[in-house]
Design a protein around this ligand. Structure first.
Ligand SMILES: Nc1ncnc2c1ncn2[C@@H]1O[C@H](COP(=O)(O)OP(=O)(O)OP(=O)(O)O)[C@@H](O)[C@H]1O
Ligand SMILES: [Mg+2]
Length: 349
């Protein structure tokens, strides 16, 4: 075995152990009980009682062509073991990425091109910025608007259940789960969603919601002339832990996960500018460490100002911006012009 391969295996093992530690994390050491964000909730049906949770009448058990009954049946769930082993080469891979860049550069549009990759469909956007107007023409992409940090744990729990049912091939329970969340739309074979990609748009905004929650600020119920307390050290620390927990937990779902973030600019003493994802301090670095690809999106014209606007996604680190790429198939590629998610994901799926 080559040294490089041994190192890669060690790295993969470390990442695996890293995510297992999450289970053991004593959250109370870090967070107040009411601040814990991602515990399982019983708002959604448990795996075994999913069928009971929705009235059978809610479902289309019809005789028309959209009948769900003749969909492929449920495969038997694998027996539960403390861990499993698979060849690194043949393991099912998902893209775990972040795209960051200045406001309006095209981050949401770029992320949404995941829906154009057949293996990544269906796509769900967790939208914390009301920034989904730029994909309003895409009726094939679903959006969950988020207006508070608390909603996230329910969304996560839904996704976890969704993935379980999807991977079991239990389409009837999947349909019932979908029916609960879309009571006005009859679930049929055609509109049954099987999400394989989730986009979080944006992490920068979610961090703000997290701070609002910790400071007791409720958007919409807050006097605009009231001065919120300056975030104290404890709140910064807690919000950082909450975002770390959220990113790692979401990352570990069996889905392609794309986080969007705004850009932060630093200037050194020589007025040289450096760009990184807009999250406070060490959190910005730590989140990048959890992911396989961090792309920095910029837009510009040729030096003479002529020609069309080009968007460029940088995927290798530079002394002017943060970026990274663990995908071996993209070794040696520094950037993509007018990028789409297909450019990146090719080396993963
Ligand atoms: N690849 C593209 N080709 C053409 N136009 C694009 C492209 N990407 C983005 N745009 C244009 O730029 C606008 C902004 O795009 P988008 O909303 O994706 O940016 P953003 O970086 O997510 O912005 P914000 O930071 O405000 O959320 C879009 O409405 C669209 O008009
Ligand atoms: Mg956007």
């Amino acid at each position: 075995m080559t040294e490089q391969r041994r190192r890669r295996q060690a790295k993969a093992e470390k990442a695996r152990l890293d995510s297992m530690e999450l289970e053991d994390l004593d959250e109370e050491d870090v967070l107040e009980e009411e601040d814990v964000v991602l515990p399982p909730r019983d708002d959604l049906p448990e795996e075994d009682d999913a069928e009971e949770a929705v009235e059978p009448d809610d479902l289309d058990d019809g005789e028309d062509e959209d009948d769900l009954d003749d969909l492929p049946g449920a495969a038997k769930a694998a027996p539960k073991t403390p861990f499993t082993i698979s060849s690194a080469k043949h393991r099912q891979r998902y893209l775990k990425a972040m795209v960051y860049g200045p406001y309006g550069v095209g981050k949401t549009v770029l992320s949404s091109t995941a829906q154009d990759v057949p293996e990544m469909r269906d796509t769900l956007v967790i939208s914390a910025e009301s920034g989904d107007l730029s994909i309003a023409d895409r009726d094939d992409i679903d959006v969950i608007p988020i207006s508070s940090y608390k909603q996230l744990s329910k969304v996560y729990e839904y996704l976890r259940r969704h993935c379980q049912l999807r991977d079991k091939g239990d389409l009837k329970s999947l349909a019932k789960l979908q029916q609960q969340l879309r009571p006005d739309e009859k679930v049929t074979r055609k509109n049954l969603k099987q999400y394989r990609t989730v986009i979080v748009d944006s992490l920068t905004e979610l961090h703000k919601y997290c701070m609002y929650q910790l400071l007791g600020i409720e958007i919409g119920a807050f006097d605009l002339d009231m001065e919120p307390d300056n975030p104290q050290f404890a709140e910064w620390g807690k919000s950082g832990e909450m975002i770390r927990l959220f990113v790692r937990t979401l990352r570990d779902l069996p889905m392609h996960v794309i986080f969007v973030a705004a850009e932060r600019t630093h200037e050194d003493e020589k007025k040289r500018r450096f760009f990184s994802p807009a999250l406070p301090g060490q959190l910005s670095k730590d989140v990048q460490g959890f992911l396989d690809v961090v792309g920095y999106l910029r837009a510009g014209k040729a030096a003479d100002g002529q020609g069309a606007l080009t968007r460029r996604l940088y995927i290798q680190p530079d002394d002017r911006y943060d970026a990274k790429c663990r995908i071996r198939a993209l070794d040696g590629i520094t950037h993509f012009d007018n990028p789409t998610i297909a450019d990146i994901v090719e080396g993963v799926i």
